[in-house]
Design a protein around this ligand. Sequence first.
Ligand code: ATP
Ligand code: MG
Length: 432
Amino acid sequence: MAKNQQAIQAIRGMHDILPEQSPYWQWLEHNARQVLASYGYQEIRLPIVEKTELFKRSIGEVTDIVEKEMYTFDDRNGDSLTLRPEGTAGCLRACLEHGLLHNQSHRLWYYGPMFRHERPQKGRYRQFYQLGVETYGMAGPDVDAEMIQLTDRLWRKLGIRDNVALQLNSLGTTEERAAYRGHLVGYFKQHIDVLDEDSLRRLETNPLRILDSKNPDMLPMLREAPVLLEHLGEESLRHFDSLKTMLDDLGIVYELNTRLVRGLDYYGKTVFEWVTDDLGAQGTICAGGRYDGLIEQLGGKANHAIGFAMGMERILALVEQLDTVNIASSVDVYMIRVGTEAEKAGLLLSEQIRNAIDGLKLQVNCGGGSFKSQFKKADKSGAEFAIIIGEDEAARGEVALKSLRIEQEQVSLTHSALLQILEDWHQNKPLA
Ligand code: ATP
Ligand code: MG
Protein backbone atom coordinates (compact mmCIF):
# COMPACT_ATOMS: atom_id res chain seq x y z
CA MET A 1 0.00 0.00 0.00
CA ALA A 2 1.20 3.46 -0.85
CA LYS A 3 2.12 5.50 2.20
CA ASN A 4 0.78 8.99 2.57
CA GLN A 5 3.45 11.13 1.05
CA GLN A 6 4.02 14.80 1.53
CA ALA A 7 2.87 16.88 -1.43
CA ILE A 8 5.65 18.37 -3.53
CA GLN A 9 5.48 22.09 -4.09
CA ALA A 10 6.75 24.37 -6.82
CA ILE A 11 10.18 25.98 -6.53
CA ARG A 12 10.22 29.26 -4.61
CA GLY A 13 9.77 32.22 -6.92
CA MET A 14 8.44 30.05 -9.78
CA HIS A 15 4.74 30.36 -10.35
CA ASP A 16 1.91 28.45 -11.88
CA ILE A 17 -0.39 30.45 -14.09
CA LEU A 18 -3.80 29.05 -13.24
CA PRO A 19 -6.76 28.80 -15.65
CA GLU A 20 -8.37 31.79 -13.99
CA GLN A 21 -5.34 33.96 -14.84
CA SER A 22 -4.42 32.61 -18.26
CA PRO A 23 -7.07 34.65 -20.15
CA TYR A 24 -5.29 37.82 -18.99
CA TRP A 25 -1.97 36.45 -20.21
CA GLN A 26 -3.50 35.56 -23.56
CA TRP A 27 -5.06 39.00 -23.81
CA LEU A 28 -1.70 40.68 -23.14
CA GLU A 29 0.19 38.37 -25.50
CA HIS A 30 -2.40 38.89 -28.22
CA ASN A 31 -2.21 42.68 -27.97
CA ALA A 32 1.59 42.67 -27.95
CA ARG A 33 1.72 40.43 -31.03
CA GLN A 34 -0.73 42.67 -32.83
CA VAL A 35 1.18 45.85 -32.09
CA LEU A 36 4.49 44.26 -33.12
CA ALA A 37 2.97 42.97 -36.35
CA SER A 38 1.62 46.42 -37.12
CA TYR A 39 5.25 47.68 -37.22
CA GLY A 40 6.46 44.74 -39.30
CA TYR A 41 8.34 42.88 -36.52
CA GLN A 42 8.96 39.14 -36.84
CA GLU A 43 9.08 36.47 -34.18
CA ILE A 44 12.24 34.50 -33.41
CA ARG A 45 12.08 31.46 -31.10
CA LEU A 46 15.17 30.68 -29.07
CA PRO A 47 16.44 27.99 -26.70
CA ILE A 48 15.90 28.51 -22.99
CA VAL A 49 19.37 27.17 -22.17
CA GLU A 50 22.63 28.58 -23.55
CA LYS A 51 26.32 28.13 -22.82
CA THR A 52 27.22 29.98 -19.62
CA GLU A 53 30.03 31.71 -21.49
CA LEU A 54 27.51 33.56 -23.67
CA PHE A 55 26.01 35.39 -20.70
CA LYS A 56 29.35 36.05 -19.03
CA ARG A 57 30.71 37.59 -22.18
CA SER A 58 27.65 39.65 -23.04
CA ILE A 59 26.00 40.76 -19.81
CA GLY A 60 29.33 41.42 -18.11
CA GLU A 61 31.14 39.67 -15.25
CA VAL A 62 30.43 42.39 -12.69
CA THR A 63 26.68 42.70 -13.03
CA ASP A 64 24.01 41.50 -10.58
CA ILE A 65 22.90 38.88 -13.04
CA VAL A 66 26.25 37.22 -13.64
CA GLU A 67 27.56 37.70 -10.11
CA LYS A 68 24.66 36.22 -8.24
CA GLU A 69 21.50 35.55 -10.22
CA MET A 70 22.22 32.88 -12.82
CA TYR A 71 20.91 29.32 -12.74
CA THR A 72 24.07 27.61 -13.90
CA PHE A 73 24.74 23.87 -13.98
CA ASP A 74 26.97 21.30 -15.62
CA ASP A 75 25.17 19.00 -18.01
CA ARG A 76 26.05 15.33 -18.37
CA ASN A 77 28.97 16.15 -20.64
CA GLY A 78 30.40 18.52 -18.08
CA ASP A 79 29.57 21.62 -20.16
CA SER A 80 28.55 24.65 -18.16
CA LEU A 81 25.04 25.72 -19.18
CA THR A 82 22.75 28.46 -17.89
CA LEU A 83 19.00 28.96 -17.91
CA ARG A 84 18.68 32.24 -19.79
CA PRO A 85 18.39 35.24 -17.44
CA GLU A 86 17.44 37.49 -20.38
CA GLY A 87 16.95 37.19 -24.13
CA THR A 88 19.25 39.69 -25.82
CA ALA A 89 22.38 37.53 -25.70
CA GLY A 90 20.65 34.45 -27.12
CA CYS A 91 18.92 36.45 -29.84
CA LEU A 92 22.15 38.02 -31.01
CA ARG A 93 23.96 34.70 -30.76
CA ALA A 94 21.34 33.12 -33.03
CA CYS A 95 21.48 35.96 -35.57
CA LEU A 96 25.28 35.81 -35.75
CA GLU A 97 25.25 32.02 -36.00
CA HIS A 98 22.77 32.06 -38.90
CA GLY A 99 24.34 34.98 -40.74
CA LEU A 100 21.33 37.25 -40.35
CA LEU A 101 23.44 40.34 -39.85
CA HIS A 102 25.20 40.43 -43.24
CA ASN A 103 24.05 43.62 -44.99
CA GLN A 104 20.56 43.21 -43.60
CA SER A 105 18.37 44.83 -41.08
CA HIS A 106 16.01 42.93 -38.83
CA ARG A 107 13.17 43.73 -36.48
CA LEU A 108 12.62 40.79 -34.15
CA TRP A 109 10.73 39.79 -31.03
CA TYR A 110 10.71 36.75 -28.76
CA TYR A 111 8.68 35.73 -25.78
CA GLY A 112 9.14 33.32 -22.92
CA PRO A 113 10.40 32.58 -19.42
CA MET A 114 13.63 33.99 -18.01
CA PHE A 115 15.38 32.76 -14.87
CA ARG A 116 17.15 34.73 -12.18
CA HIS A 117 17.99 33.61 -8.66
CA GLU A 118 16.73 36.76 -6.94
CA ARG A 119 15.00 37.25 -3.62
CA PRO A 120 11.34 36.58 -4.49
CA GLN A 121 8.94 39.42 -3.69
CA LYS A 122 6.04 41.19 -5.37
CA GLY A 123 7.05 41.85 -8.99
CA ARG A 124 10.30 39.91 -8.65
CA TYR A 125 10.36 36.20 -9.37
CA ARG A 126 12.87 33.49 -10.18
CA GLN A 127 11.03 32.43 -13.30
CA PHE A 128 9.33 35.36 -15.01
CA TYR A 129 8.16 36.13 -18.52
CA GLN A 130 9.64 38.70 -20.80
CA LEU A 131 8.66 39.86 -24.21
CA GLY A 132 11.85 41.06 -25.83
CA VAL A 133 12.26 43.13 -28.98
CA GLU A 134 15.56 43.57 -30.82
CA THR A 135 16.49 45.32 -34.05
CA TYR A 136 19.75 44.96 -35.96
CA GLY A 137 21.49 46.88 -38.71
CA MET A 138 19.99 50.32 -38.04
CA ALA A 139 22.10 53.13 -36.61
CA GLY A 140 19.17 55.18 -35.40
CA PRO A 141 17.94 57.40 -33.91
CA ASP A 142 14.80 56.81 -36.04
CA VAL A 143 14.57 53.18 -34.97
CA ASP A 144 15.21 54.20 -31.34
CA ALA A 145 12.10 56.38 -31.63
CA GLU A 146 10.15 53.57 -33.29
CA MET A 147 10.80 51.24 -30.36
CA ILE A 148 9.50 53.79 -27.90
CA GLN A 149 6.58 54.59 -30.20
CA LEU A 150 5.49 50.97 -30.36
CA THR A 151 5.64 50.51 -26.60
CA ASP A 152 3.62 53.71 -26.21
CA ARG A 153 1.02 52.23 -28.57
CA LEU A 154 0.93 48.99 -26.61
CA TRP A 155 0.35 50.78 -23.28
CA ARG A 156 -2.53 52.67 -24.84
CA LYS A 157 -4.01 49.44 -26.15
CA LEU A 158 -3.72 47.88 -22.73
CA GLY A 159 -5.32 50.89 -21.04
CA ILE A 160 -2.29 51.63 -18.82
CA ARG A 161 -0.83 54.62 -20.68
CA ASP A 162 -1.85 57.14 -18.01
CA ASN A 163 -0.09 55.09 -15.36
CA VAL A 164 3.36 54.82 -16.91
CA ALA A 165 6.07 57.37 -17.65
CA LEU A 166 9.03 57.26 -19.99
CA GLN A 167 12.52 57.89 -18.67
CA LEU A 168 15.32 58.56 -21.08
CA ASN A 169 19.08 58.91 -20.99
CA SER A 170 22.10 58.54 -23.23
CA LEU A 171 25.16 56.56 -22.20
CA GLY A 172 27.30 57.81 -25.09
CA THR A 173 30.16 55.77 -26.49
CA THR A 174 32.57 53.45 -24.69
CA GLU A 175 35.27 56.13 -24.85
CA GLU A 176 32.96 58.83 -23.48
CA ARG A 177 31.90 56.55 -20.64
CA ALA A 178 35.52 55.69 -19.86
CA ALA A 179 36.43 59.38 -19.57
CA TYR A 180 33.37 60.09 -17.44
CA ARG A 181 34.16 57.11 -15.24
CA GLY A 182 37.30 58.90 -14.04
CA HIS A 183 35.29 61.94 -12.89
CA LEU A 184 32.69 59.75 -11.28
CA VAL A 185 35.16 57.61 -9.33
CA GLY A 186 36.90 60.79 -8.16
CA TYR A 187 33.56 62.14 -6.90
CA PHE A 188 32.63 58.89 -5.15
CA LYS A 189 36.03 58.76 -3.44
CA GLN A 190 35.30 62.17 -1.93
CA HIS A 191 32.09 60.68 -0.48
CA ILE A 192 33.40 57.26 0.39
CA ASP A 193 31.82 57.39 3.87
CA VAL A 194 28.30 57.42 2.34
CA LEU A 195 28.85 54.45 0.01
CA ASP A 196 27.22 51.21 1.06
CA GLU A 197 28.90 47.83 0.80
CA ASP A 198 27.57 47.07 -2.71
CA SER A 199 28.74 50.43 -3.97
CA LEU A 200 32.21 50.09 -2.45
CA ARG A 201 32.59 46.85 -4.31
CA ARG A 202 31.42 48.45 -7.54
CA LEU A 203 33.67 51.46 -7.17
CA GLU A 204 36.53 49.61 -8.84
CA THR A 205 34.57 47.28 -11.11
CA ASN A 206 31.43 49.04 -12.32
CA PRO A 207 31.10 52.53 -10.80
CA LEU A 208 28.32 53.65 -13.19
CA ARG A 209 26.05 51.10 -11.59
CA ILE A 210 26.35 52.95 -8.27
CA LEU A 211 24.23 55.72 -9.84
CA ASP A 212 21.42 53.20 -10.13
CA SER A 213 21.41 52.41 -6.38
CA LYS A 214 18.04 52.49 -4.66
CA ASN A 215 19.59 53.06 -1.23
CA PRO A 216 17.81 56.16 0.18
CA ASP A 217 20.83 57.09 2.34
CA MET A 218 22.91 57.54 -0.78
CA LEU A 219 20.36 59.53 -2.79
CA PRO A 220 21.39 63.07 -1.78
CA MET A 221 25.00 62.29 -2.68
CA LEU A 222 23.97 60.65 -5.99
CA ARG A 223 21.88 63.67 -6.96
CA GLU A 224 25.01 65.83 -6.93
CA ALA A 225 27.18 63.36 -8.85
CA PRO A 226 28.77 64.37 -12.19
CA VAL A 227 26.35 63.87 -15.07
CA LEU A 228 27.29 61.62 -17.99
CA LEU A 229 25.23 63.67 -20.47
CA GLU A 230 27.60 66.57 -19.87
CA HIS A 231 30.54 64.43 -20.98
CA LEU A 232 29.09 63.23 -24.27
CA GLY A 233 30.73 64.06 -27.60
CA GLU A 234 29.10 65.80 -30.53
CA GLU A 235 27.95 62.66 -32.33
CA SER A 236 26.30 61.14 -29.26
CA LEU A 237 24.58 64.41 -28.47
CA ARG A 238 23.29 64.76 -32.02
CA HIS A 239 21.85 61.23 -31.84
CA PHE A 240 20.17 61.99 -28.54
CA ASP A 241 18.83 65.36 -29.65
CA SER A 242 17.26 63.95 -32.81
CA LEU A 243 15.64 61.17 -30.81
CA LYS A 244 14.15 63.74 -28.46
CA THR A 245 12.86 65.79 -31.40
CA MET A 246 11.16 62.73 -32.88
CA LEU A 247 9.50 61.97 -29.57
CA ASP A 248 8.39 65.59 -29.33
CA ASP A 249 6.93 65.33 -32.84
CA LEU A 250 5.06 62.20 -31.82
CA GLY A 251 3.78 63.88 -28.67
CA ILE A 252 5.48 61.29 -26.44
CA VAL A 253 6.48 62.96 -23.21
CA TYR A 254 9.73 61.83 -21.56
CA GLU A 255 11.65 62.60 -18.46
CA LEU A 256 15.44 62.92 -18.58
CA ASN A 257 16.91 60.63 -15.95
CA THR A 258 20.64 61.22 -15.90
CA ARG A 259 21.12 58.40 -13.40
CA LEU A 260 19.51 55.81 -15.65
CA VAL A 261 22.41 53.48 -16.51
CA ARG A 262 20.71 50.06 -16.76
CA GLY A 263 21.96 46.90 -15.13
CA LEU A 264 23.80 45.38 -18.04
CA ASP A 265 27.20 46.32 -19.39
CA TYR A 266 26.41 46.27 -23.06
CA TYR A 267 24.42 49.46 -23.45
CA GLY A 268 25.60 52.65 -25.20
CA LYS A 269 23.83 55.81 -26.42
CA THR A 270 20.03 55.57 -25.99
CA VAL A 271 18.66 53.90 -22.86
CA PHE A 272 15.08 54.07 -21.65
CA GLU A 273 12.68 52.69 -19.09
CA TRP A 274 8.93 52.79 -18.69
CA VAL A 275 8.11 53.13 -15.01
CA THR A 276 5.00 53.29 -12.87
CA ASP A 277 4.38 54.53 -9.34
CA ASP A 278 1.53 52.07 -8.88
CA LEU A 279 3.52 48.89 -8.22
CA GLY A 280 5.73 49.88 -5.29
CA ALA A 281 9.44 49.18 -5.51
CA GLN A 282 9.28 47.02 -8.66
CA GLY A 283 8.07 49.87 -10.86
CA THR A 284 9.92 49.28 -14.13
CA ILE A 285 7.69 47.46 -16.58
CA CYS A 286 9.88 47.79 -19.67
CA ALA A 287 13.52 48.65 -20.20
CA GLY A 288 16.04 48.73 -22.97
CA GLY A 289 18.59 50.56 -25.01
CA ARG A 290 21.13 50.59 -27.77
CA TYR A 291 23.94 48.03 -27.66
CA ASP A 292 25.92 48.37 -30.89
CA GLY A 293 29.12 47.30 -29.10
CA LEU A 294 27.86 43.88 -28.07
CA ILE A 295 27.92 42.56 -31.62
CA GLU A 296 31.69 42.72 -31.89
CA GLN A 297 32.00 41.48 -28.33
CA LEU A 298 30.23 38.29 -29.44
CA GLY A 299 32.44 37.86 -32.49
CA GLY A 300 30.42 39.70 -35.15
CA LYS A 301 31.39 42.58 -37.42
CA ALA A 302 30.69 46.12 -36.20
CA ASN A 303 26.97 46.75 -36.54
CA HIS A 304 23.98 48.38 -34.87
CA ALA A 305 21.49 47.02 -32.37
CA ILE A 306 18.81 48.32 -30.07
CA GLY A 307 16.28 46.41 -27.99
CA PHE A 308 14.12 46.29 -24.92
CA ALA A 309 12.30 43.78 -22.76
CA MET A 310 9.07 44.07 -20.86
CA GLY A 311 8.19 42.20 -17.70
CA MET A 312 4.84 40.52 -18.28
CA GLU A 313 4.03 39.89 -14.58
CA ARG A 314 4.50 43.56 -13.75
CA ILE A 315 2.33 44.70 -16.65
CA LEU A 316 -0.39 42.28 -15.60
CA ALA A 317 -0.14 43.39 -11.99
CA LEU A 318 -0.75 46.95 -13.16
CA VAL A 319 -3.66 45.89 -15.36
CA GLU A 320 -5.16 43.91 -12.51
CA GLN A 321 -4.84 46.83 -10.14
CA LEU A 322 -6.56 49.20 -12.57
CA ASP A 323 -9.28 46.58 -13.13
CA THR A 324 -10.33 47.97 -16.51
CA VAL A 325 -10.14 44.80 -18.60
CA ASN A 326 -13.15 42.64 -19.27
CA ILE A 327 -12.17 39.12 -20.14
CA ALA A 328 -14.69 37.03 -22.06
CA SER A 329 -15.95 33.84 -20.44
CA SER A 330 -14.24 30.69 -21.69
CA VAL A 331 -17.65 29.16 -22.48
CA ASP A 332 -20.45 30.69 -24.58
CA VAL A 333 -22.88 27.79 -24.60
CA TYR A 334 -23.24 24.84 -22.23
CA MET A 335 -25.02 21.70 -23.35
CA ILE A 336 -27.06 19.78 -20.79
CA ARG A 337 -27.88 16.17 -21.62
CA VAL A 338 -29.98 13.82 -19.49
CA GLY A 339 -30.52 10.23 -20.61
CA THR A 340 -28.77 7.87 -23.00
CA GLU A 341 -30.60 9.01 -26.13
CA ALA A 342 -30.05 12.65 -25.19
CA GLU A 343 -26.34 12.06 -24.72
CA LYS A 344 -26.11 10.51 -28.15
CA ALA A 345 -28.14 13.27 -29.83
CA GLY A 346 -26.12 15.93 -28.05
CA LEU A 347 -22.82 14.36 -29.04
CA LEU A 348 -23.70 14.64 -32.74
CA LEU A 349 -25.41 18.02 -32.48
CA SER A 350 -22.44 19.56 -30.65
CA GLU A 351 -20.16 18.72 -33.56
CA GLN A 352 -22.69 20.15 -36.04
CA ILE A 353 -22.76 23.39 -34.08
CA ARG A 354 -18.95 23.60 -34.06
CA ASN A 355 -18.87 22.89 -37.79
CA ALA A 356 -21.38 25.64 -38.45
CA ILE A 357 -20.16 28.39 -36.12
CA ASP A 358 -16.44 28.96 -36.15
CA GLY A 359 -15.17 30.36 -32.87
CA LEU A 360 -18.23 29.60 -30.75
CA LYS A 361 -17.19 28.14 -27.39
CA LEU A 362 -19.43 25.18 -26.68
CA GLN A 363 -18.94 23.01 -23.64
CA VAL A 364 -20.82 19.71 -23.41
CA ASN A 365 -21.71 18.30 -20.02
CA CYS A 366 -19.74 15.13 -19.38
CA GLY A 367 -20.16 12.70 -16.53
CA GLY A 368 -23.99 12.70 -16.37
CA GLY A 369 -26.02 14.13 -13.49
CA SER A 370 -29.55 15.40 -12.95
CA PHE A 371 -30.95 18.47 -14.75
CA LYS A 372 -30.44 20.40 -11.55
CA SER A 373 -26.78 19.55 -11.13
CA GLN A 374 -26.06 20.13 -14.82
CA PHE A 375 -27.78 23.52 -14.67
CA LYS A 376 -25.52 24.42 -11.77
CA LYS A 377 -22.45 23.55 -13.82
CA ALA A 378 -23.84 25.49 -16.77
CA ASP A 379 -24.27 28.57 -14.65
CA LYS A 380 -20.82 28.25 -13.15
CA SER A 381 -19.21 27.89 -16.57
CA GLY A 382 -20.07 31.50 -17.32
CA ALA A 383 -22.01 30.49 -20.44
CA GLU A 384 -24.59 32.80 -21.95
CA PHE A 385 -26.95 29.96 -22.94
CA ALA A 386 -27.78 26.42 -21.98
CA ILE A 387 -28.90 23.94 -24.62
CA ILE A 388 -31.05 21.34 -22.90
CA ILE A 389 -31.65 17.87 -24.26
CA GLY A 390 -33.78 15.41 -22.28
CA GLU A 391 -35.41 12.17 -23.42
CA ASP A 392 -38.42 14.11 -24.86
CA GLU A 393 -36.30 16.51 -26.88
CA ALA A 394 -34.15 13.63 -28.12
CA ALA A 395 -37.23 11.70 -29.25
CA ARG A 396 -38.59 14.73 -31.14
CA GLY A 397 -35.21 15.65 -32.64
CA GLU A 398 -35.36 19.05 -30.93
CA VAL A 399 -33.64 20.98 -28.16
CA ALA A 400 -34.56 23.54 -25.55
CA LEU A 401 -32.61 26.78 -25.25
CA LYS A 402 -32.40 28.89 -22.12
CA SER A 403 -30.62 32.14 -21.49
CA LEU A 404 -28.55 31.88 -18.32
CA ARG A 405 -27.96 35.61 -17.94
CA ILE A 406 -31.29 37.31 -18.64
CA GLU A 407 -34.86 36.48 -17.57
CA GLN A 408 -36.39 34.72 -20.54
CA GLU A 409 -38.68 31.76 -21.08
CA GLN A 410 -37.03 28.54 -22.16
CA VAL A 411 -37.91 27.79 -25.81
CA SER A 412 -38.14 24.58 -27.83
CA LEU A 413 -36.32 24.68 -31.14
CA THR A 414 -35.46 22.54 -34.12
CA HIS A 415 -31.76 22.01 -34.68
CA SER A 416 -31.73 24.43 -37.60
CA ALA A 417 -33.56 27.13 -35.62
CA LEU A 418 -31.03 26.67 -32.82
CA LEU A 419 -28.14 27.09 -35.23
CA GLN A 420 -29.67 30.28 -36.58
CA ILE A 421 -30.07 31.82 -33.13
CA LEU A 422 -26.57 30.89 -31.98
CA GLU A 423 -25.04 32.14 -35.18
CA ASP A 424 -26.80 35.52 -34.88
CA TRP A 425 -25.75 35.83 -31.28
CA HIS A 426 -22.14 34.88 -32.03
CA GLN A 427 -21.88 37.40 -34.84
CA ASN A 428 -23.21 40.26 -32.74
CA LYS A 429 -21.36 39.32 -29.59
CA PRO A 430 -19.35 42.25 -28.24
CA LEU A 431 -15.63 41.61 -28.63
CA ALA A 432 -13.65 41.14 -25.43
P1 ATP B 1 15.24 45.45 -11.87
O1 ATP B 1 15.97 46.75 -11.71
O2 ATP B 1 13.78 45.55 -11.51
O3 ATP B 1 15.95 44.29 -11.21
P2 ATP B 1 16.47 44.74 -14.35
O4 ATP B 1 17.21 45.94 -14.78
O5 ATP B 1 17.19 43.61 -13.71
O6 ATP B 1 15.22 45.16 -13.44
P3 ATP B 1 15.98 43.93 -17.07
O7 ATP B 1 17.06 42.96 -17.10
O8 ATP B 1 16.12 45.20 -17.78
O9 ATP B 1 15.58 44.20 -15.54
O10 ATP B 1 14.62 43.23 -17.54
C1 ATP B 1 13.58 43.93 -18.22
C2 ATP B 1 12.27 43.87 -17.45
O11 ATP B 1 11.99 42.55 -17.02
C3 ATP B 1 12.28 44.66 -16.16
O12 ATP B 1 12.03 46.00 -16.40
C4 ATP B 1 11.15 44.02 -15.40
O13 ATP B 1 9.90 44.49 -15.86
C5 ATP B 1 11.29 42.57 -15.79
N1 ATP B 1 12.02 41.81 -14.76
C6 ATP B 1 13.37 41.79 -14.53
N2 ATP B 1 13.67 40.96 -13.52
C7 ATP B 1 12.49 40.42 -13.10
C8 ATP B 1 12.12 39.48 -12.09
N3 ATP B 1 13.04 38.88 -11.32
N4 ATP B 1 10.82 39.18 -11.93
C9 ATP B 1 9.87 39.77 -12.71
N5 ATP B 1 10.15 40.65 -13.67
C10 ATP B 1 11.44 40.98 -13.88
MG1 MG C 1 17.47 42.97 -11.72
